[in-house]
Ligand binder design. Structure first.
Ligand code: DX5
Ligand code: ZN
Length: 209
């Protein structure tokens, strides 16, 4: 499985150095929160733009915001390679996927722990990745819920081409649950950035699968 460190768990006073500590990652997961869709506020396009020339890592931007359509262009311009929106947001998913593709980014969808895979309509064909939440979105450092993991195989039955990434509570004790459930990638925030040596922690996580 691919390992995507979540910048949310990094030291925000030294983001460029933090990004340098995870150069061996498969991509960087960037959590964007608006204080409306989730009860927390994190970062927006200016922070992503400031990091864009500090690394070649792909940026997977996880939008936990209402009205994502209004921000697609700004996040793409800031340097997002993949833009992931939540199905639970009111906007028209078909239109969103088209807007993301038109702007030259890959499109991803995220679903909350209680959201069924039926929420991913035929527009799922045009996506690159599904982010399967195993915590309620809003905060890092929570405990992984196992129940949503069954959705990985359901998604793969319907959309065999899609990468499925597990997000929330992934660490050395839970990564095997994700691997066994068929995940292609995991997001790890606290586990990676909380480690003294993030690079070694990612290697340890890879070895555990
Ligand atoms: C939660 C975010 C996650 C979070 C993961 O809303 O989407 O990406 O940062 O953090 P950990 O790995 O600490 O659970
Ligand atoms: Zn996330």
């Amino acid at each position: 499985m691919k390992i995507a460190p979540s910048l949310l768990a990094a030291d925000f006073s030294a983001l460029a150095q933090e990004v340098a500590r995870v150069q061996g990652a498969d991509w960087l997961h960037i959590d964007v929160m608006d204080g409306v869709f989730v009860p927390n506020i994190s970062m927006g396009p200016p922070v992503i733009a400031a990091l864009r020339d500090k690394t070649d890592l792909l940026f997977d931007v996880h939008l936990m915001i209402e009205h994502p359509l209004a921000y697609v262009e700004a996040f793409r311009r800031a340097g997002a390679d993949c833009i992931t929106f939540h199905t639970e947001c009111a906007d028209d998913p078909q239109e969103l996927v088209e807007a993301i593709s038109r702007n030259g980014a890959k499109a991803g969808v995220a679903i909350k722990p209680a959201t069924g895979v039926d929420a991913i309509g035929p527009w799922g064909q045009a996506l690159s990745m599904v982010t399967l939440m195993t915590v309620e979105p809003g905060f890092g450092g929570q405990k992984l819920m196992e129940a949503p993991l069954v959705k990985i195989r359901q998604i793969k039955e319907r959309f065999p081409h899609l990468l499925v990434q597990v997000d929330g509570g992934v660490n050395a004790s839970t990564i095997q649950l994700c691997a066994r459930a068929g995940a292609d990638a995991v997001v790890a925030g606290t586990a990676v950035f909380g480690a003294a040596e993030p690079q070694k922690e990612m290697e340890r996580l890879r070895a555990l699968q």
